[in-house]
Design a protein around this ligand. Sequence first.
Ligand SMILES: Nc1ncnc2c1ncn2[C@@H]1O[C@H](COP(=O)(O)OP(=O)(O)OP(=O)(O)O)[C@@H](O)[C@H]1O
Ligand SMILES: [Mg+2]
Length: 331
Amino acid sequence: MQNEPLLSVSNLTVDLLTAKSAVRPVDEVSYSVRQGECLAIVGESGSGKTVMNFAPLGLMPSGVATQLSGSVRFQGQELIGLPEREIRKYRGKSIGFIFQDPMSALNPVRRIGRQIAEMAELHLNMSPRAAEERALDLVKLVGISDPAARLSQFPHELSGGLRQRIVIAIALAGEPKLLIADEPTTALDVTVQAQILRLLKDLQHRLNMAMVLITHDMGVVAGAADNVLVMYAARGAERGPVDKVLVNPRHPYTKGLINAIPRREDPVGSEFRGLPGVPPTLGAPINGCAFAPRCEFAVAECARSRPPMTATADSSVFVACPIVNQGKAAA
Ligand SMILES: Nc1ncnc2c1ncn2[C@@H]1O[C@H](COP(=O)(O)OP(=O)(O)OP(=O)(O)O)[C@@H](O)[C@H]1O
Ligand SMILES: [Mg+2]
């Protein structure tokens, strides 16, 4: 289909089964990303952001059995149900990724140049010689000075910010159409965070990539994304264009996250305005709205059934809240 988004996820549900537990960290979530667009996925720890993005690509740790249902279409191709050897063709090539754990991304005992070049050999079928040239180009692309010298260094010889630039270079080695960046700035100092975010945005535009930016920080959403999906306890709470959701948040959880963004006028040392309470554990069944126990607006109806994502009067914004959705049709 000509107008089909690059990535189109609908009613994605993920069940994880380990020897000890069965959980559903992703429960009927839908969203899409168009070429050149940035979607931020935001939510507290444990809300399912990482699993939702990596389970459909077969990137779950060993010891976990993964069951997927719903649909994940990339460039028109359904990924759910594809055999592993087919999914592997997308990983690191047309879909690049940056993992949440920066330590796992680089091999500590191999030189940086080799690690980047290997990706180019693997994904673009380059000769070792051509791949080495590509590694040099990539290191320049991610804004590293003295690139030739850096290629012969080991990861521990670089600062956190430089290491993250190398991780980004590796993610770009296969010339991806979509980059999934899982908390790419969380492990960095505040000033370096801003530089890395700027670099990612700049690369996204220059390479006309789509980007899924996973974060728990509404400030990052405001600075980088076109659209946002707010996750709460395995489900979507609100989704829509950033300029609408941040200016006029409708879900009480989105309001709480925005209220927690530190403001310039906050006095130094003032208390962090986090959300009171904690999210539910996923092991126990949730009947009503999962946010109701923390919601200052909750009414009896909120405990009855889990609210579906529903289009608001502004049809580009969807909200899963019984109070906001009263009288509106389900999406
Ligand atoms: N390897 C695993 N084995 C068992 N359960 C898991 C595993 N990974 C994730 N889960 C379950 O899935 C839930 C969602 O995890 P996920 O890593 O997607 O959260 P997240 O939103 O990315 O959180 P964070 O912001 O901390 O990265 C967890 O709360 C946990 O119950
Ligand atoms: Mg995560």
